[in-house]
Design a protein. Structure first.
Length: 375
């Protein structure tokens, strides 16, 4: 050990030597280079009677140089005080190891990986590693640019198969491909399926492919922006949720089977669309309106008697299917009868009734002109 006057002396630790680490009983193997140490000896002797040491706790951020699974050792190179240092550290069964945010083992750590370590007395307690090279698959949710830097930085946010969303920085020299051809960042689209090649979490290559899907439902919103693309909101028939899409520059549109333009589309029209990424490339719309009939069972009645909900058994126009739930609004002058043409009121409508409703739909609410309570 090096004493306070910088002289070095050697002392003997035997079976009777009591070792304390941070004021708790320890063992000789807990003593490592660099620790503050106090010991008691017989005057003039060299055998340590008691040894008290203080643990060294460190946070180290560096690069893995080598890994030995046989000795459970890892060598890390890191920067400290503007100098490059190399340290060998121990890993045991209690070390928490994560690679790319996933639980891992020492065998999963490779030379070249970047690591952040919490170390106590040269033993790694926590290891968070990032693979030098990794591959991520997902769907593009957003592409942004940070213009605050001297050189603008692009970021891509993707959602993986587990519905987890994460953002990555794109290297300015990253290779980008879309549909098998070289592309620019501006050509990538929200909704594209991508494979990202990463180096220390920086995107070095993007391989994007177009995801084509078809859906149908009522148009519930149209947002025409000056000098920008038109945004169409469609109430997806399958999910009953509103989804926003951008009309592509060369979108193919037909309304009532006649070639049309975006200005011919109206809210409440029923549409079948083909979507690439987040863009509508084809839209076939119908200007559906009055004289629709629904047969179904009442599943809910508003206590105020203004609205009720039915589960569809049949519908005389496309757009709804068996089992769909439709909210029905009773117009002020609604006519309500039973099968014998007996005049009834909304108070006579009960959950479980089988009803035939005639009216108009806007894709969200069905406005009833006539309600016939069948049973």
């Amino acid at each position: 050990m090096k004493e306070r006057d910088n002289t070095e002396k050697v002392y003997v630790i035997n079976a009777d030597t009591k070792v304390n680490v941070d004021s708790k009983a320890g063992k000789a193997s807990d003593i490592v280079n660099g620790q503050e140490i106090e010991l008691t000896i017989v005057k003039g002797g060299t055998v340590a009677l008691t040894i008290n040491v203080t643990s060294i706790e460190e946070d180290i951020k560096g690069t893995v140089k080598s890994v030995s699974t046989s000795t459970n050792k890892i060598t890390v190179e890191y920067e400290s005080d503007r100098t490059t240092k190399t340290v060998e550290l121990a890993v045991d069964k209690n070390t928490n190891i994560y690679v790319n945010d996933k639980k891992a083992d020492l065998k999963d750590i490779k030379a070249g990986d970047s690591v952040e370590l919490k170390v106590k007395n040269k033993l790694v307690l926590q290891m968070d590693a990032k693979s030098k090279l990794s591959e991520i698959e997902g769907i593009i949710k957003e592409i942004t640019i940070d213009t605050k830097e001297v050189t603008p930085k692009h970021f891509i946010k993707i959602t993986n198969a587990k519905d987890e969303t994460k953002e990555y920085e794109i290297d300015p020299k990253a290779y980008i491909y879309r549909k098998g051809r070289s592309a620019k960042i501006e050509e990538l689209r929200i909704g594209d399926k991508v494979i990202l090649d990463l180096e220390y979490d920086i995107v070095m290559e993007i391989d994007a492919d177009v995801v084509i899907k078809k859906l149908e439902g009522h148009i519930t919103g149209i947002n025409t922006r000056v000098s920008q693309s038109t945004i169409i909101t469609i109430r997806n028939r399958e999910t009953n949720k509103d989804e926003e899409y951008v009309l592509s520059k060369d979108v193919y549109i037909r309304v009532d089977n006649v070639a049309a333009t975006a200005s011919d589309l109206k809210i409440n029209y029923y549409a079948n669309v083909v979507v690439e990424g987040n863009q509508i490339v084809e839209i076939y719309s119908e200007s559906r309106s009055s004289n629709s009939t629904i047969l179904g069972k009442v599943t809910y009645v508003d206590p105020r008697g203004l609205e009720f909900e039915i589960s569809v058994d049949s519908y005389n126009q496309d757009g709804y299917k068996y089992g769909d739930l439709i909210r029905v609004y009773a117009k002020p002058d609604v006519i309500i009868n039973d099968v014998y043409s007996t005049k009834l009121g909304l108070k006579d409508l009960k959950k479980g009734n089988l009803v035939n409703v005639i009216g108009t739909s806007d894709g969200t609410t069905f406005s009833a002109d006539i309600i016939v309570i069948l049973k």
